[in-house]
Design a protein around this ligand. Sequence first.
Ligand code: COA
Length: 378
Amino acid sequence: MTTEIELKRGLQGVYIDRTQSSFIDGAIGKLLYRGYSIHDLSEKATFEETVYLLLYGKLPNRKELNDFDAHLRANRSIPPEIVQIIRLIKDAHPMDVLRTAVSALAAYDPDVADNSLESTLRKGVRLTAQAPTIVTAHARIKDGKEPVEPDSNLNQAANFLYMLFGKEPTSAEARLMEKDFILHAEHGINASAFAARVAASTISDLHSAIVSGIGTLKGPAHGGAAEEVMKMALDIGEESNAEQYTRDILESGGRIMGFGHRVYKVEDPRAPHLQAECEALGEQKGQPKWFRILSKVAEVMEPYASRGICPNVDFWAGTMYHLMDIPKDIFISIFAMGRIPGWTVQVMEQYANNILLRPLLLYEGPMDLEYVPIDQRE
Ligand code: COA
């Protein structure tokens, strides 16, 4: 019987449903959000516009964008009880804190038990607005500082940097952060979106689905790569060490973080946008060495391109954050903040045409064993 079963380990190459949210063609390195190229969105759109596009399915006109942006800005605060929770668990990893705080926010959300599409959208907007407040409050509390209140005069990206550092970023830094949020906003049925959809498929609520997404994103095979790449660059230390360091990892059967992707086999179309920024920022900050180290690693990895192993978005993101003085341990949280709209839209799609996500496992253990009472076991 078992010979007739075709196992699809890791669900590789399996379509589990239809979507209108994003399109990915890994063979040619193409990514669209709602039909629009990631190249256009990352270069020309704002994060707020991109979130509107994902959630409402169309680009907003000026009035729609202004109203939506004002709504996002008005929803950034978090209850003092959540700040208390953050204080209690301040020594945990920022992703654990974000996961816990989002979970706790459910207790304060007036729509928590309402899984209608309208309510889910409202909750997704609130969580998108609140996530940077959680992440920055934790980063500051951990550092012995007080959280900075959100500033409604600043857009999402600028306000995030303002709440993190306690001073307004330059417009160039804010735009860089915004571009990063846009590039991370949505990405098909990756592991965290799948986790969010699995939770939604049981008709659980958006907070639970986003908590599942955050927990799944945390792993180094998914969102954790940016942090690992920067650790690698720091470990390498000097450009002259990069080649040997990379070869040593590969020869010992290890993986170079920030390389490879389950879907993209030629180029991750998000990567070049951050690569260019990373180089420019390094020059501007008088620290070109990190870009040079990573470029050397990428050079050693060039032969792997023929096996479909190319730099992914996280290869350059970590260095960009480092150059902006963002602490390493919140790199994944930045990814999560950008991705909340993507998780939300996928949860809405799941609800709109729900089917319980429940695949099968092929059992390979022994069968029909005789139960032996405990006193008679050897
Ligand atoms: N460095 C070196 N070799 C790599 C590699 C990397 N980063 N990524 C994949 N490979 C190799 C594997 O060793 C394997 O080789 P083998 O066939 O000789 O055993 C082959 O490529 C296929 O790897 P596999 O893990 O089966 O591919 P996948 O599609 O399941 O993996 C990732 C995708 C992202 C999990 C994987 O590329 C990876 O671990 N990358 C590093 C982490 C990372 O950057 N994650 C962020 C993704 S956005």
